[in-house]
Design a protein around this ligand. Structure first.
Ligand SMILES: *[C@@H]1O[C@H](CO)[C@@H](O)[C@H](O)[C@H]1NC(C)=O
Ligand SMILES: *[C@@H]1O[C@H](CO)[C@@H](O)[C@H](O)[C@H]1NC(C)=O
Length: 259
């Protein structure tokens, strides 16, 4: 019900002519660019409002966050498990629903909206649940593996600091928009548990292999974490850019005019 209301709300606001600049309904909080205490509230409202995307503009939602395909080469000749793993249809559930904005810093100039600026997001997720299809080739001890199935990963206490560098850009329609030049992120993850179906036909062997995979996780971590984080950051950059492309910078904050 709420979801439908949220979809319909922009239409109503638009028809009534109370839509602020671009796609920002006037019901959402907008902050003065120098009101540092306001940013967190604004960010929280935006996440809640836009987590399902804006389908008519091809802006994807972030619940779940869809990452496409990821490839990993795991283990070496010394590890009991070695595998080349391809995960497809990777989807991170509880990304939009679970996202908590811990703090948000913006150093945009209050007088000149042509200067580039940084947004530093501190966000956290109590739990993220990754679901994917997988195919893999490899071996467990001396047993060859050639499997296809589903994989699930549960991550707890994920804390991310993301720095987003934005460059204002005047476009043909006369408005200024934000171009995201780059996003850098660091993260800490409390725990990761991974499970696979169908590694082996035999259920007990499957379970034993999953257990070894988790016990040995520290040897795979260096391959898995950065690739996963890069994929999440790339996707967020693309989603945010698409949003910024329909929201002129003039409209993002309360009291600003771009000269
Ligand atoms: C914000 O910080 C970045 C990086 O330190 C800098 O390049 C940019 O010019 C700053 N913007 C303003 C408006 O102070
Ligand atoms: C993996 O998933 C299966 C099937 O859902 C379950 O029976 C098993 O206990 C799980 N294993 C681990 C290590 O979580």
């Amino acid at each position: 019900m709420l979801k439908i209301a949220l979809r319909v709300l922009p239409l109503i606001l638009g028809i009534c002519g109370t839509l602020a600049q671009g796609y920002i309904p006037s019901a959402l909080v907008r902050c003065s660019v120098d009101d540092k205490n306001c940013f967190k509230t604004q960010a929280e409202q935006y996440v809640k409002y836009y987590k399902n995307g804006i389908p008519e503009h091809g802006i994807p939602g972030v619940e779940p966050l869809e990452l496409g395909a990821l490839n990993f080469r795991l283990g070496n000749s010394n590890s009991p498990l070695q595998m080349e793993l391809e995960a497809t249809n990777v989807a991170v559930a509880n990304f939009g629903n679970g996202l908590i904005v811990d703090s948000l810093q913006i150093n945009a100039s209050a007088t000149d909206l042509t200067t580039p600026f940084n947004v530093i997001w501190k966000i956290s997720f109590p739990e993220l649940d990754i679901n994917a299809d997988y195919t893999l080739k490899g071996k467990f001890l001396i047993l060859p593996m050639n499997s296809k199935g589903k994989l699930k990963a549960k991550l707890t206490k994920v804390v991310v600091t993301a720095t987003c560098f934005n460059q204002p850009e005047k476009r043909k329609d006369g408005n200024t928009y934000l171009k995201i030049v780059k996003i850098g992120a660091t993260e800490s993850i409390g725990s990761i548990k991974i499970n696979f179906t169908n590694l082996f036909k035999d259920a007990e062997l499957n379970e034993a292999t999953v257990k070894v995979f988790n016990d040995e996780f520290s040897t795979f971590e260096g391959e898995i974490k950065p690739k996963l984080m890069n994929a999440i950051t790339r996707k967020m950059k693309s989603v945010l850019q698409k949003l910024f492309d329909v929201m002129p910078y003039e409209g993002l904050f309360l009291n600003k005019k771009v000269k």
